[in-house]
Design a protein around this ligand. Structure first.
Ligand code: HEC
Ligand code: HEC
Ligand code: HEC
Ligand code: HEC
Ligand code: HEC
Ligand code: HEC
Ligand code: HEC
Length: 357
């Protein structure tokens, strides 16, 4: 009966034409056909409009966009030298079905019907420089987006049918599959991270903000994990080797590569001594994903430092994050991602001690 209710709701919504961005992606048959217990964020909107409104404007919602329906999601210039079609000559701009990201860089997916695969085009757009950079140009037509990236960039991916329910980080990435809850309207039928112990709550975010390998030994996402479970039963994160620089970490343990916020953060006294989770500073349904703007993210707790001039004895650098979350890891251009270790004496701008209070 529950399934019938959900299906009827889906059909009703589709026929009334009220499904808006972000939409289901091409090549994706949708939850009913996948047989999954995922419903997609659009259905949550009707009963939770406030959370939906903020979320829809966040980077999470717009991570993966159907480029056929929303061509404006493409932020690059395919006519510039270095564009992916110089290598992928059998494809053109009209073949792009998905855009991935765009804040730091943007990558593109095309469908290869013969191989029944989603190919990642062999060049990526670097937003800060407005130019192209080669991306796995030698083996791009051997890689499949579904095998490599979907657990961290899509919601409800089902490898058996090579399809996902939703592009981007939908409600159900953090709350778990929602079909049963939609039918019952009972809070007990999905996960509210607020009710989890800190170790489990932080893992809701860590399932994607991490780098390592799935316990299946192949995938690099945590596919198979569902919020509320123990992430490490599904995933083996890379670990820093303090004192020694490695591929993914500096010698002090801070990340060199991007999407390692979890590995950074569990070194912070915010975690080791206070068990603060990501949501102490990040609001999951706010467009900015932050609980406040600027220094106020910090000064709610760190009142003595709120007078930065007094705290640092100078008035040139006044943002807490410039000194305490220096940009050290790399996504698109060298060191464009902030550190989350909150360790003291991080490399950063002047001044040096002694400080004011
Ligand atoms: C038909 C209406 C309806 C739909 C659709 C719906 N919900 Fe709910 N949701 C509710 C109601 C009613 C409650 C409050 C239940 C209670 O307090 O026991 C609730 C509670 C919740 C809670 C728990 C809040 C708390 O206080 O702990 C979360 C999280 C949640 N919903 C997420 C979702 C997500 C995610 C979706 C989409 C997959 C969704 N809901 C779709 C009606 C709905
Ligand atoms: C990035 C992860 C994430 C996404 C995506 C997300 N949520 Fe949440 N949601 C949370 C967390 C974490 C909490 C608990 C907040 C807290 O600790 O106060 C929460 C709490 C809630 C609650 C309880 C009331 C509240 O606001 O605290 C509702 C209802 C809810 N979410 C609905 C949704 C809906 C609907 C969507 C999609 C439109 C959504 N969430 C997307 C992480 C997420
Ligand atoms: C299913 C994977 C996934 C989950 C779960 C997830 N994230 Fe993300 N997050 C991403 C991706 C992918 C991006 C990049 C989005 C973009 O480029 O705009 C991102 C971006 C962010 C950003 C930067 C946004 C910006 O526009 O600057 C913050 C902050 C963030 N996530 C915090 C969180 C927090 C906090 C949680 C848990 C409550 C969480 N994320 C859960 C995948 C995820
Ligand atoms: C373990 C999870 C994970 C895997 C696997 C993963 N990513 Fe990401 N990716 C993220 C997160 C989280 C972010 C945003 C935070 C950051 O970069 O620090 C991100 C950022 C990005 C960005 C930049 C987004 C922007 O707005 O600029 C692109 C593009 C991207 N990923 C593409 C891919 C592709 C393509 C693959 C597969 C080959 C992939 N990612 C695999 C988690 C992952
Ligand atoms: C919810 C409260 C809270 C918020 C928000 C918060 N902090 Fe903290 N922070 C603490 C507490 C409590 C400690 C002390 C940890 C301990 O027990 O040693 C701390 C410690 C620190 C330390 C010292 C670390 C060390 O190794 O001694 C720095 C630096 C710091 N925070 C910076 C920040 C910055 C920057 C922000 C904003 C981006 C921020 N904090 C946001 C509560 C908070
Ligand atoms: C003590 C506060 C605090 C905590 C806890 C925290 N963050 Fe952040 N995070 C921030 C601030 C502040 C920024 C924004 C910096 C800026 O404005 O550029 C940020 C930025 C980010 C970004 C964007 C990357 C970038 O370089 O701009 C991601 C992704 C992110 N956080 C994920 C997480 C995740 C996942 C967790 C938990 C594992 C977490 N954060 C815990 C304060 C925090
Ligand atoms: C110009 C750089 C700079 C700025 C801006 C800055 N700090 Fe600091 N802060 C430091 C230095 C340096 C220390 C001493 C320890 C260290 O080397 O990190 C420190 C120490 C701290 C500590 C540890 C306790 C203490 O007072 O020694 C906290 C907490 C802290 N800062 C929070 C903040 C907050 C919150 C902001 C923003 C309102 C901020 N800081 C702005 C450089 C800065």
């Amino acid at each position: 009966l529950n399934k019938l209710v959900v299906l009827t709701t889906v059909l009703l919504l589709i026929s009334s034409g009220c499904i808006t961005a972000p939409k289901q992606d091409p090549g994706s048959p949708g939850p009913a056909q996948i047989g999954a217990s995922y419903s997609g964020s659009e259905l949550c909107r009707f009963c939770h409009p406030t959370q939906h409104r903020g979320w829809a404007q966040s980077g999470h919602a717009r991570m993966v966009v159907d480029a056929k329906r929303f061509p404006e999601a493409v932020i690059s210039d395919f006519s510039l030298p270095g564009n992916p079609f110089e290598v992928a000559t059998e494809f053109g701009p009209d073949d792009v079905i998905l855009t991935i990201g765009g804040k730091w860089k943007q990558r593109y997916v095309v469908h290869d019907p013969e191989a029944r695969a989603w190919r990642l085009l062999p060049a990526e757009w670097i937003t800060a420089t407005g130019s192209w950079r080669p991306y796995n140009a030698d083996k791009w037509n051997e890689r499949d987006y579904g095998d490599l990236c979907t657990g961290c960039h899509n919601t409800g991916y089902e490898p058996k049918v090579h399809a996902f329910v939703e592009g981007g980080i939908g409600c159900e990435s953090c709350h778990g599959p929602g079909a049963a809850h939609i039918a019952s309207r009972n809070a007990a039928d999905l996960v509210n991270p607020k009710n989890l112990e800190p170790e489990r709550a932080i893992e809701v975010c860590a399932q994607c903000h991490i780098r390592g390998k799935n316990v299946d030994g192949k995938r690099e996402d945590a596919l198979g994990y569902v919020p509320g479970e123990k992430l490490l039963d599904h995933y083996k994160p890379l670990e820093p080797n303090i004192g020694q620089e490695t591929d993914a970490f500096f010698a002090d343990g801070s990340s060199k590569k991007h999407h390692q916020q979890y590995q950074d953060y569990i070194q912070s006294t915010h975690w080791t001594k206070q068990r603060m989770t990501c949501t102490s500073c990040h609001a999951p349904h706010a467009p900015t994903l932050l609980v406040a703007l600027g220094n106020e993210v910090c000064t709610g707790c760190h009142k003595p430092q709120a007078d930065v001039q007094k705290h640092t004895g100078q008035s040139v650098v006044t943002d807490c994050v410039t000194c305490h979350m220096p940009k050290r890891a790399t996504s698109a251009t060298e060191m464009d991602i902030r550190s989350h270790t909150f360790k003291l004496n991080q490399p950063g701008p002047a001044p040096k001690p002694p400080y004011g209070e």
